[in-house]
Design a protein around this ligand. Structure first.
Ligand code: E4P
Length: 225
């Protein structure tokens, strides 16, 4: 399972990207709004930070297929070929996805709450499909199970589309999908920071350092021996 950052905060992306095994960054209009900056200004900053080959997912907002196509051209022209255009899995979005497939522009189907949306997006040529795990949980359904069902639909029908699970509240949701082998998950910096926040881990590392100091000298490391 590939891991992506779901955010547009440059400092947070720099920190997480420099630390964890990250394949790219996803954004949506609400995430861009939080930056308070012109959309392409912040997106260009993200692109130069992650480099030309990493995945960058950027959402189209037009309500018609024609409008989405126009946005897709602008987005890929501005941000390069490793950019995925996020298209809502609604009727006008499906229409746009079929055209974008013909043009060779990579699509991530978004605003996915149901397996039927995912099936249709996959058939229309989307490369990824983003079920909103935590938002589905909040509606009283099981978001992780919906993401697993979508993965099964893609696998059993030999579809090339992969799950890019999104909208996570905690590491457990992410880990369950990792265990299941879905294609990717996009996760906020706060949830990623929580992946290895555990007093037992910190205590073990501190105890090893203290034992080494007792054996050698305060502040010593293997580099000095
Ligand atoms: C991804 O495609 C979504 O835009 C995003 O992950 C939604 O996350 P949220 O439910 O935390 O807003």
């Amino acid at each position: 399972m590939k891991l992506l950052i779901d955010d547009a905060d440059i400092a947070a992306i720099e920190e997480i990207y420099g630390t964890y095994p990250i394949e790219g960054v996803t954004t949506n209009p609400s995430i861009l709004k939080k930056s308070g900056r012109p959309p392409f200004e912040v997106l260009r900053d993200i692109r130069s930070l992650i480099g030309p080959a990493a995945q960058l997912h950027v959402q189209a907002v037009a309500s018609t297929a024609e409008g989405i196509l126009e946005e897709a051209h602008r987005i890929t022209q501005e941000l390069g070929p490793a950019t995925f255009v996020k298209v809502p899995a609604v009727p006008q979005g499906f229409k746009a996805m079929k055209r974008l497939r013909q043009e060779g522009i990579a699509v991530t189907a978004t605003a996915v709450y149901t397996p039927m949306q995912a099936y249709l997006a996959g058939q229309c040529g989307a490369a990824y499909c983003a079920p909103y795990v935590n938002r589905i949980d909040n509606m009283g359904y099981d978001g992780v199970q919906v993401a697993k069902d979508i993965h099964d639909i893609f696998t059993k029908n030999n579809m090339a589309c992969q799950v890019l699970a999104a909208s996570f509240k905690n590491s457990q949701q992410v880990l369950e999908l990792c265990r299941y082998g879905v294609g990717a998950a996009t996760v906020s910096p706060d949830v990623i920071r929580g992946f290895v926040q555990n007093p037992a881990i910190d205590a073990a590392v501190a105890a090893f350092a203290a034992d080494f100091e007792t054996l050698t000298a305060p502040g010593a490391t293997m580099a000095q021996y």
